[in-house]
Design a protein around this ligand. Sequence first.
Ligand code: MF3
Ligand code: CO
Ligand code: CO
Length: 301
Amino acid sequence: MQLLMKIGRNDPCPCGSGKKYKKCCASRKEPLKVDLNKYYQQTYGIRLKSKEQIEGIRKAGQLVMETHQMVAEHLKPGITTDAVNELVHHHTLKNGGIPAPLNYRGFPKSVCVSPNEVICHGIPGDRVLMDGDIVNVDITTILDGYYADANYTYFIGTPSPEAKRLVAVTLESLRRGLAMVKPGNTTGDIGWAIQRYAEGEGYSVVREFVGHGVGLEFHEGPQILHFGKKGTGVPLVPGMTFTVEPMINLGKKDLYILEDQWTAVTRDGRLSAQFEQTIVVTEEGYESLTPFSLEGFVQAV
Ligand code: MF3
Ligand code: CO
Ligand code: CO
């Protein structure tokens, strides 16, 4: 695998020696042997995953998506967000997994459930989901020590045309971001594509929350911004595993956090939607480790 970036003289040497490039391989004539694993660890704090680790994350991802499917069947008007939590919690345990959110930095429940104006990190409680609501369910599961993280925005009953369009544009934003994922592109290209599309459709992109490396821990490097400039950030290489999870608002991008210290809501009280997948960068592009079945979803944007 060729290194697709310029190495600064003061950067750590890509050979993995731990010395500065200028003090190590910079003066060598023969082509440089790069230990990408060491280089990404030392330079960016990113752990590239082995085949076995990717397989482990894929298995966790399968359980995440089975859990989504089960939840989807229960999402009807009248269900409380706590009932969604119960479903996710028990289904995860029954299948040998651990719900990653539970007690994560003090988060009190097993899943994030974020209706309408809630952008993300909604804490399940006694809120009742009503006909016409949209709701994001964000499931992260630990299976055999591996993490996978995926969220989906669902319709409760019959959506309004404006909710339908927001959700469709948010899903397409994720697709456009993912379409940038291939070796040679950078993490910044993903955010650039998302911002350009979502803002072009008249919506706004939340800045305060980002996608993230995932797999051996809940949140690892790199950060994946959902906005920004082309060519910035970290060059993508095979074996990187991370999420892309754009949060798109119908109104303005501004938010505030409720007193519970978690729930992020739109400042203008208007709708927010989100989709998330865990992916692995491959030689050709990427592969989703939490593949969505998009059946039944609005295609028209
Ligand atoms: N699953 C969220 C994400 O996509 C993180 C939730 S943190 C929690 O990164 F503590 F609220 F669960
Ligand atoms: Co995530
Ligand atoms: Co998530």
